[in-house]
Write a protein that binds this ligand. Structure first.
Ligand SMILES: O=P(O)(O)O[C@@H]1C[C@H](O)[C@@H](CO)O1
Ligand code: GUN
Length: 312
């Protein structure tokens, strides 16, 4: 495996701190915004934006719905909790090296972040999940991790890191509890918030119906092209992780394939048939749902940030 040049951690931290007032230099919570979910910046007070192009080692996000800036500021009631939000993320399918994809999470840890909230837009595999539902991720299924594309492959980025990271408790039960409490306090309909397993695929192609069925049979509830690399790096850095998916589209057609054979035979026999047709998903649709339903996600995140106890 090829070595990746050392990332300039110290230079990045120095630049970031030089652009921030002292009160914002040590954020407690890091937030990673998924496709179309960068509106979270509206919940942050005293915002200071730090463009990625100013930070050594950062790439640019090339995906529509992702902005290339970190937002520092305060969130939640009272004095507020210092936070840093990544308004756009890096995906491996953009051509970024895996070390670059997870670099911002490592920078967050170095700035003092102890909890990270990772959001994404995802396709629904579980037919019980309707579009707009928010899923609290409690586990993941990462085929790339199991087939030689684990983001933590290669030399350790710090001698403090463990070589072997357990993932049985990757998604903090305490933070997950807080989201459900948040939903109650915000009087959300209980069906608006579910919990489930996220399948990570590399993208950039969306799933074929067979791939969707395969992932569903393997136990996944939603599928997306991000999050897991960030979760792994965050766990390696010792951060508590919470991850939320917004279901933007349905992947699996419950009744299976539209059978052209059945259709033709029925037509020849003079019968009318109405067979299921697969949804054709697009990134525009993903962004549209993010715009329409992202506010609930933002309110949940804001409530959780304001309620994280000192020692979780
Ligand atoms: O960054 P996220 O995971 O929210 O973005 C999703 C997955 C792909 O990048 C894109 C597909 O529409 O949205
Ligand atoms: N892989 C994948 N990622 C998504 N992100 C939003 N929707 C989808 C989807 O259907 N599949």
């Amino acid at each position: 495996m090829s070595q990746h040049p050392e990332l300039p951690f110290a230079a990045a931290i120095e630049v970031i701190k030089s652009l921030l007032p002292e009160t914002l230099q040590k954020p407690r919570v890091g937030i990673v915004c998924g496709s179309g979910l960068g509106g979270i910046v509206d919940c942050i007070r005293d915002v200071v934006l730090v463009p990625y192009k100013m930070i050594p080692g950062f790439a640019e996000s090339t995906v529509p719905g992702h902005k290339s800036s970190l937002a520092f500021g305060l969130m939640g009631p009272g004095d507020g909790v210092p936070v840093v939000a990544m308004l756009g993320r890096f995906h491996p399918y953009e051509g970024h090296h895996m070390r670059t994809v997870v670099y911002p999470v490592r920078i967050m840890a170095k700035l003092g972040v102890t909890e990270v909230i990772i959001t994404n837009a995802a396709g629904g595999l579980n037919p019980k999940l309707s579009v707009g539902t928010i899923v609290v991720i409690h586990d993941h299924l990462a085929l790339p991790n199991m087939t030689g594309m684990n983001p933590l492959l290669g030399p350790l980025t710090s001698p403090r890191h463990q070589r072997f990271i357990p993932l049985s408790d990757a998604y903090s039960p305490s933070l997950r509890r807080l989201v459900f409490l948040a939903a109650h306090h915000l009087s959300l309909d209980p069906s608006a918030l579910a919990e489930g397993t996220y399948a990570w695929v590399s993208g950039p192609t969306y799933e074929t119906p067979a791939e969707g069925r395969f992932l569903r049979l393997a136990g996944a509830d939603v599928v997306g092209m991000s999050t897991v690399p960030e979760v792994l790096a965050a766990r390696e850095e010792g951060l508590n992780v919470m991850a939320l998916s917004l279901v933007t589209n349905a992947v699996v057609i419950p009744d299976g394939y539209r059978s052209i054979r059945e259709e033709v035979l029925a037509e020849l026999a003079g019968k009318r048939v109405e067979l299921p047709v697969a949804d054709v998903v697009s990134h525009e649709e993903v962004l549209e749902i993010g715009k329409a339903k992202g506010e609930v996600m933002m309110k949940l995140v804001e409530w959780v940030v304001g309620s994280i106890p000192c020692n979780i």
